[in-house]
Design a binder for this molecule. Structure first.
Ligand code: ADP
Length: 270
């Protein structure tokens, strides 16, 4: 408080920390606003599948004497439940990644293992759309980080490549060593991203087009998770894309300084 402050004679009073206080309040307000938006978004996102489930339950009741309709509604219930489960899983991932909890210990992580894990997790979805996932680039790279987080990040990129590609195309995933980083690229020849949306796709719940995104069962959280993983590792994620031609997402993660680069690494041609 101001009362009771007594300055020793002959000293100038220290400048009041007005600017500091203002910045503090602005930052607090901003954080509060972001949090409010987030809660509102989560509420909205949860309402959709929950509402659909309620309607479908009613529909099934009304169709008791039509086994085919019951089958169809049951299938849609399973689909909505899957979507809900994925949303909840991603929300938990995201809240863990964006702070509060201390980061797990960093350790040397094999990039090949991360890529194999991510390909494994997206293989079924790719097969269903007759998409081929091709792994290329350098092998034997080692980064520093948390393997599970890195696998989640690459899985999200691959899952998007599958979701936003049409059939009989290839998806390429590759790793390269460049200036102290492992650059992991995921390239598709899918629908691409309009220029105006290119930076915003990393925001939570941001989707280029609600209608096209909802048909893929997306949550709008996948790339926000990738960005958090990249930041947590002292790395980055960026995108190159051309509408109608496809997209390349590049995830950069610092190489493990203690592990020598594989001698088999090809000379960088570019
Ligand atoms: P979603 O769960 O909707 O895929 P993401 O955060 O993973 O959420 O992606 C956000 C949006 O960015 C998507 O809804 C989609 O519009 C766009 N997007 C992401 N990856 C791609 C891609 N490989 N090709 C085209 N659009 C993409």
């Amino acid at each position: 408080g101001v009362h009771g402050v007594r300055l020793a004679s002959g000293t100038t009073p220290p400048p009041a920390p007005v600017a500091l206080v203002l910045i503090d309040v602005t930052e607090t307000r901003r954080v509060e606003a972001v949090r409010r938006d987030f809660v509102a978004n989560v509420g909205h996102e949860l309402k959709t599948p929950v509402g659909a489930l309620a309607l479908l339950a009613e529909a099934i009741e009304g169709a008791a004497d039509d086994p085919e309709a019951v089958q169809r509604f049951a299938g849609r219930i399973a689909h909505e439940a899957d979507r809900l489960a994925r949303l909840v899983r991603e929300l938990i991932d995201l809240s863990r990644l964006q702070g509060g909890e201390p980061l797990p210990e960093f350790a040397p992580v094999d990039v090949d293992t991360v890529l194999a894990e991510a390909v494994d997790r997206t293989r079924t979805a790719a097969l269903a759309k007759q998409l081929e996932i091709v792994v290329g680039g350098e092998t034997g790279l080692v980064v520093r980080g948390v393997e599970s987080q890195l696998a989640t990040a690459v899985t999200n990129l691959l899952a998007n490549a599958v979701a936003y590609s049409a059939g009989e195309n290839r998806i390429a995933v590759a790793a390269r060593a460049r200036s102290g980083f492992a650059e992991i690229t995921v390239t598709d020849s899918g629908i691409g991203i309009p220029r105006k949306d290119r930076l915003r796709v990393f925001e939570r719940f941001y989707r280029v087009d609600q209608s096209r995104a909802s048909s893929t069962g997306g949550t709008g959280l996948g790339l926000a998770i990738v960005k958090h993983v990249a930041n947590n590792h002292g790395g980055s994620v960026s995108v190159w894309s051309e509408e109608g031609l496809g997209s390349t997402f590049t995830l950069r993660i610092p190489l493990d300084a203690a592990t020598p680069l594989p001698s088999t690494a090809p000379v960088d041609a570019s």
